[in-house]
Ligand binder design. Structure first.
Ligand SMILES: Cc1ncc(COP(=O)(O)O)c(C=O)c1O
Length: 390
């Protein structure tokens, strides 16, 4: 396939997300050295700005890995072989915690929820009471594979009461779309990824540790070299990185974060995802489509497809005819849902374009499912609706 045929696609997946042309231009700027004074200044400034997104006074470390690398770093830098962890699993990314912790020879207790449901804090409370030796609770804020938002604050409150247990939270698809103040809620480790709210390609991740997590780091015995956070922290507090780093990404990150400025910027970012989410939920309601999972995360809406609709075929049809890419279902949800992302450089009219295509193709697969007139009425009132509510 000609590689240029992808340039006009609209990415409505929950990561990777569209990047603005301004950021793409920054990525293309000539190379500078990662030990140059110019880069040291940028790195120092980026780190100040990242603290605002994480809502923390702790250092936020930048890693040259996709989000999964930062998940790995969180375990490798705080735990020891044989430690017991409690993994909360309600989708593909919850399963990843289980697989990863098992591969590091940790003892893994699990609380599972059916895909589409959130984890029950009551169950977590009971297990914590009966197993005081649990060293860490591993969770997602948003389970991207189902579109469900877990009750982060309630979970954090429970784990706070356990002096010897860390709360390790994957906020890869929630950071910048959901308000999760790391310090205020006492989250011990928070993790982000570049290809979500940060509007960059995949390949860079972010991680911040509380003082409690750094104390765990002192005692941790799992072997770690490249992802050694102590070494990385020492370097990054001086505007350096432990190893060669992705200068282009960090410059682009600076270009993204610096105009956002302070808390107002974070609020604006969160508001944007919330707006796109509310509009998508309204679309579903008006056209009689069922939202999959509860509660839906502001970062992604999963739409349940009726049994007779093949989601894989639907997604392919939308891509081929309209050049719009939605997320499909993963694992046990393959072909059963369409996921609409609300992250990245997306405008309200991008969302309108995408949802229109979705409605048209659903209609083409089953005219009884979606009434063309309802679609036309909904979209003709779209602007009124937006002006009234946002
Ligand atoms: C919640 C969540 N966790 C982990 C990951 C994995 O991140 P990466 O693919 O950047 O390694 C993703 C990616 O979509 C995610 O959404």
């Amino acid at each position: 396939m000609d590689k240029n045929t992808h340039t006009n696609f609209l990415l409505l997946t929950p990561g990777p997300v569209p990047a603005s042309s301004f950021l793409l231009r920054t990525l293309a700027e000539p190379m500078i050295h990662h030990r140059s004074p110019e880069f040291v200044d940028i790195l120092k400034e980026v780190k100040v700005l990242l603290k605002k997104i994480f809502q923390t006074e702790q250092e936020v470390l930048i890693l040259n890995s996709s989000g999964t690398g930062a998940m790995a770093a969180s375990l490798l830098n705080t735990l020891s072989p044989g430690d017991t962890v409690l993994a909360l699993s309600a989708g593909k990314f919850g399963e990843r915690w289980v697989e990863m912790a098992t591969s590091y020879k940790l003892k893994v207790l699990q609380i599972e929820a059916p895909w589409g449901e959130a984890i029950s804090p009551t169950k977590v409370h009971t297990i914590l009471q009966n197993n005081p030796h649990i060293k860490a609770v591993l969770a997602q804020a948003c389970e991207t594979s189902t579109g469900v938002l877990h009750p982060v604050q309630e979970l954090a409150n429970l784990i706070n009461n356990q002096p010897d247990t860390l709360f390790i939270l994957d906020t890869i698809s929630a950071l910048g779309a959901v308000n999760i103040p790391m310090d205020k809620w006492n989250i011990d480790i928070m993790i982000g990824g570049s290809q979500k709210s940060f509007c960059l390609p995949a390949g860079m991740s972010f991680i911040a540790l509380s003082q409690k997590a750094w104390r765990f780091n002192e005692k941790s015995k799992l072997p770690v070299y490249y992802l050694d956070l102590k070494k990385e922290n020492k370097a990054q507090t001086q505007g350096q990185t432990a190893f060669s780093t992705n200068v282009s990404f960090i410059r682009a990150l600076y270009s993204f974060l610096s105009p956002l400025e302070q808390k107002e910027g974070l609020n604006k970012l969160i508001q944007k995802s919330e707006t796109l989410s509310k509009m998508t939920l309204q679309f579903c309601k008006n056209l009689g489509l069922t939202v999959f999972g509860h509660p839906p995360s502001p970062s992604v809406t999963s739409i349940a497809l009726p049994k007779h609709i093949d989601g894989v075929k639907l997604k392919k049809q939308i891509e081929e005819k309209h050049k719009v890419i939605f997320g499909g279902g993963q694992g046990q949800l393959k072909g059963r849902i369409i996921r609409v992302g609300h992250l990245g450089d997306l405008s309200i009219s991008d969302l309108k374009r995408g949802l229109k295509c979705l409605a048209m193709e659903l209609h083409s697969l089953d005219p009884k499912l979606i009434n063309k007139k309802d679609v036309e009425t909904f979209f003709s009132k779209w602007n009124d609706y937006i002006n009234k509510h946002f």
